[in-house]
Design a protein around this ligand. Structure first.
Ligand code: DON
Length: 568
């Protein structure tokens, strides 16, 4: 009796300890939205709903993408746009892949030194605020090109939800209201009319904002097609707006703008195929360089955000961003050596001097290894449809609300994408990025981007659709999110939520979100010679993962934004 009592209590204690340690070591996985047929993950719940409604009525992923792009221009004016540009990377259900560049262009009257003063010094305000900061918008032509090649429903049906949202008004979230209040003075300074984004009283979450002029512009696009934006009244209103503030976009710039279908850049990471955006985005090339460079290292064993893992990723990043500064630009103006940059031969040499025990100062990194002679608030959405077609679009005005100019009479914001050019060699832009000849300003050239809309295949099948805003941190956020799933066995939602870090060669520092690194990791990295600084928010991903049973996991970053995934 006595012994059996002791045995029972020992058993109970063992069970309790086991239960306790299990619950400590493996918290239940956090899944995103699970659905069988289709998924839209975007920066705004209303835009995701627009997209999923299109899927439910039989539209494909590309129909939904067009409808979401126009809806975001209404419900998410910080980055959603018709006055900006972006990139599509797609994979059709039959495995065919492609990409569309609807990036803005420098106006014809742009010139290399347009943001320099008489002494040759960079005037940063000129490329970020007001009319002169705007590139020729590409989004509307982009949507018409996607429609012509890939969509199935009439364009009118895809524009209608955005028109209705603009006419009926949109209820602001807390985050949107505080964004508008924060930028109020900038809106007043950039416009010589009072845009509808400004009112005497502060905005609050729950207020409704109406977009009457934007609705009229969208109706013109619905009724006249691309001419409803690039010629006629809208074009005239853009040019009149330019004349009010030293802007240089002309009627000819608008009439001539065309989005361009380009080959995506492709490579592999272990057994996964990566389909990324090529130049004029640096995203695809840089992501492939990073993934290839990481392949020999067992970060799964080293652990998520351990000092060794962060160190190797950082050392790769500083070299890849040095390459970005030297070689990446608009391929129509500068010969970008894409194949060479992602080749195993080049990369094994490029990464050969990485020391696993100590950091390499960024000044010691050569930035033109190939020896080329110098010459002449973004948002992402991911969509998968019932057939398995996939669309990854990252689109932007650049800064939050772009250059803050609202085209009077047409009701939409213009971008400040010109700041993505290298206005002066070696002088950092608003994301701290430097560049040279490859990304110098020339008339009609596209400015270099970091946007990284990406599709990952496992074997021959669609696996992941992913992307994010974040300027220079876009590439490293996509890098980490893919690794979080593939190496650290996170769900898509956990990978999106996971706190992130970033290095971009210059400045020579690892920026990290509080909670991304623990105190032991931080001190180990400091001992290895790294400089570390905290940063509030890195990445705001929208992703879709195809699960083993064929269901979809939609993961939207509702920890850093109002992002929402909706499936059916
Ligand atoms: O194209 C680029 O790389 C930048 N214009 C993206 C800007 C961005 O992500 C801003 N959002 N946080």
């Amino acid at each position: 009796m006595k012994y059996s009592c002791i045995r029972i209590s020992i058993c109970t204690a063992v069970c309790l300890i086991l239960l306790w340690s299990c619950s400590r070591e493996s918290p239940p996985p956090v899944h995103g939205v699970l659905a069988e047929h289709g998924m839209v993950s975007s920066a705004h719940p209303l835009a995701s709903k627009v997209g999923v409604d299109i899927l439910k009525k039989g539209g494909n992923a590309f129909d939904a993408a067009i409808a979401v792009q126009f809806a975001l221009a209404v419900v998410y004016p910080n980055a959603g746009n018709i006055g900006g540009g972006g990139f599509l990377v797609y994979r059709k259900a039959d495995g065919h892949t492609g990409s569309l560049d609807f990036r803005e262009k420098a106006p014809m009257a742009a010139h290399r030194d347009m943001y320099l003063d008489q002494d040759g010094e960079f005037i940063s305000d000129l490329s970020t605020k007001g009319h002169l900061a705007a590139g020729v918008p590409g989004s509307v032509d982009g949507m018409f090109q996607i429609h012509e090649k890939l969509a199935t429903l009439p364009m009118k049906e895809l524009l209608e939800p955005a028109i209705q949202l603009a006419l009926n008004g949109v209820v602001l979230t807390e985050q949107e209201a505080s964004g508008l209040n924060y930028h109020k003075q900038a809106f007043i300074e950039a416009n010589n009319h009072t845009p509808y984004l400004v009112r005497d009283k502060e905005w609050s979450g729950g207020d409704t904002i109406f977009y009457a002029q934007l609705a009229e512009t969208l109706i013109r696009i619905r009724d006249q097609g691309r001419d409803g934006f690039y010629s006629g009244l809208t074009a005239q209103l853009i040019v009149e707006e330019m004349q009010k503030g030293n802007g240089i976009i002309s009627l000819e710039d608008l009439a001539e703008y065309r989005a361009v279908w380009r080959q995506p850049v492709k490579g592999s990471y272990k057994s996964f195929n990566i389909i990324g955006m090529g130049p004029p985005s640096s995203g695809g090339v840089a992501l492939l360089q990073l993934l290839k460079g990481l392949e020999p290292y067992d970060i799964r064993q080293w652990g998520f955000n351990s000092a060794r893992t962060v160190h190797i990723m950082t050392e790769l990043e500083r070299r890849v961003y040095a390459d970005r500064a030297a070689y990446l630009g608009d391929p129509d103006f500068f010969k970008v050596p894409v194949e060479e940059l992602i080749s195993s031969d080049y990369l094994s040499g490029r990464f050969a001097d990485i020391d696993l025990s100590t950091s390499t100062p960024s000044q010691a990194i050569e930035s033109n290894l190939l020896g080329l002679v110098e010459s002449p608030e973004t948002t992402h959405f991911s969509i998968v449809d019932i057939e398995g077609n996939a669309a990854a679009i990252t689109t932007t005005l650049n800064g939050s609300y772009g250059c803050k100019v609202v085209v009077d009479g047409a009701g939409f914001l213009l971008n400040n994408e010109m700041d993505d050019f290298s206005a002066k060699p070696g002088v950092p832009n608003m994301f701290g990025l430097v560049g040279g000849e490859a990304n110098a300003i020339l008339p009609e050239k596209r400015m270099l981007s970091s946007m990284t809309p990406t599709i990952v295949e496992r074997g021959d099948s669609l696996y992941m659709v992913v992307g994010t805003p974040g300027g220079s941190t876009i590439i490293t956020s996509v890098f980490q999110t893919i690794l979080n799933v593939i190496e650290h066995e996170m769900t898509m939602q956990e990978a999106v939520n996971a706190r992130k870090f970033h290095h971009q060669w210059l400045p020579d520092q690892i920026s990290y979100e509080p909670e991304a690194l623990d105190s032991i990791t931080i001190s180990t990295l400091r001992e290895m010679g790294h400089h570390l600084v905290t940063r509030q928010s890195i990445g705001r991903m929208d992703a879709v993962l195809v699960l083993e049973n064929g269901w979809l996991e939609g993961a939207a970053d509702h920890t850093r934004g109002d992002n929402t995934a909706i499936g059916y």
